[in-house]
Design a binder for this molecule. Structure first.
Ligand code: PHE
Length: 360
């Protein structure tokens, strides 16, 4: 009898060990322990044995049953681990692939240009500041040294809004900001010098033609520290313009101009050439205006609680649409805001493109 059990154990063990997947292991289990399995069949013969042999064989069969069940469990665990290892080795997920290889959406040239601007100015150590689109008269004009009733206020075709309380609860003349310069004031009032910020955002003026839309975007720069002079301003703008237009020997000139909040003030031109109705930025026989700038007016510094004898600095402001039009050859400003998908297909950028880091 014991020989029989030993034989059975050998047979079942080799069957189980030979099972190389979960299905054949299940077959081996049914073969050994199932209702019609070999051990079960032996159990059934116990009744015909005499009591002494029944006890002995019964115990041996039970022990065999436990051993076989344990062996199956171990084999199952090994097979599952092996299956998982194989799956992990063969199943790879390439997360660098885009979910849609051919995306239809395009990045708007304004968004693209803004990303390029941040990249360039961040490399120069500028931080990004923000302010509200709905401003009050004080931040947009008065603090920037526009005297009350001064015609310069009309220069900007302001959209006025109904009077409303300002942050301090005082009634204020509200308007849509006409330039990002208002954020200079907010930043200087709320932060300690030195300052080195850019501000990008929407600005509003009541105007509409080939080169004007009632809403457009500006980028503003502000640098305030001790001993800042106009050389820093020119150097900063030259480095910026070379990086942005990707032209190393870009000519630049400053022309005297006027803004109430800067003194002296200048308009900045870069070199270009116009041939056959086309425009090329770079050394040429012509000039193209790109921005307004100047040294921050002492009155503006005073309005922001700074001592002009201790702190000086420069500011500049440019239209982002204008920069995008010059760089990417968009002829009509209004088309930026017409939401024509054919236009966007042509002038837009692939979502996977990164803004170029031309600044060295
Ligand atoms: N705020 C001016 C404008 O909108 C531009 C500017 C900004 C000029 C900063 C000088 C300094 O026209």
């Amino acid at each position: 009898m014991n020989d029989m059990i030993a034989e059975l154990k050998k047979e079942l063990t080799s069957l189980i060990e030979a099972a190389n997947d979960l299905e054949s292991l299940e077959n081996a289990r049914v073969n050994a322990l199932g209702k019609k399995g070999k051990i079960t069949a032996q159990m059934k013969t116990l009744g015909s044995l005499d009591p002494e042999a029944r006890k002995e064989t019964g115990q041996a069969l039970n022990a065999l049953k436990d051993e076989i069940a344990e062996l199956i469990a171990r084999q199952e665990k090994d097979l599952k681990k092996q299956a998982l290892d194989e799956q992990l080795a063969t199943e790879t997920l390439d997360i660098s692939l885009s979910a849609r290889p051919e995306s239809k959406g395009k990045i708007h040239p304004i968004s693209q240009t803004m990303e390029e601007l941040v990249t360039i100015f961040a490399d120069m150590g500028f931080a990004v500041a923000e302010g509200p689109d709905i401003e009050d008269d004080w931040h947009n004009f008065t603090a920037l040294n526009f005297p009350p009733g001064h015609p310069a206020r009309e220069m900007q075709d302001t959209f006025f809004l109904p009077d409303d309380p300002d942050e301090d609860g005082e009634m204020a003349h509200k308007l849509l900001r006409t330039h990002t310069s208002a954020v200079q004031i907010r930043h200087m009032l709320n932060n300690k010098p030195p300052h080195r910020i850019i501000v990008m955002g929407r600005t509003y003026r009541s105007d509409y033609d080939m080169t004007h839309t009632p809403m457009f975007h500006q980028i503003e720069g502000l640098v305030i520290d001790k001993n800042i002079h106009m050389g820093h301003l020119k150097g900063c703008l030259l480095d910026f313009a070379k990086a942005f237009f990707e032209v190393d020997d870009l000519p630049m000139r400053l022309r005297p101009s006027f803004f109430p909040f800067t003194e002296p003030s200048a308009e900045v031109d870069i070199g270009c050439s116009r041939k056959d109705g086309g425009l090329k930025i770079g050394a040429g026989d012509d000039w193209m205006e790109i921005l307004g700038c100047g040294m921050v007016h002492p009155n503006v510094l005073k309005n922001c609680g700074l001592d002009p004898d201790e702190y000086q600095g420069f500011a500049f402001g440019m239209g982002i649409e204008r920069l995008a039009m010059l760089k990417y050859g968009v002829p009509d400003l209004r088309t930026f805001f017409e939401s024509d998908t054919r236009w966007l297909d042509h002038y837009g950028f692939d979502a996977a493109d990164r803004p170029n880091r031309a600044f060295k």
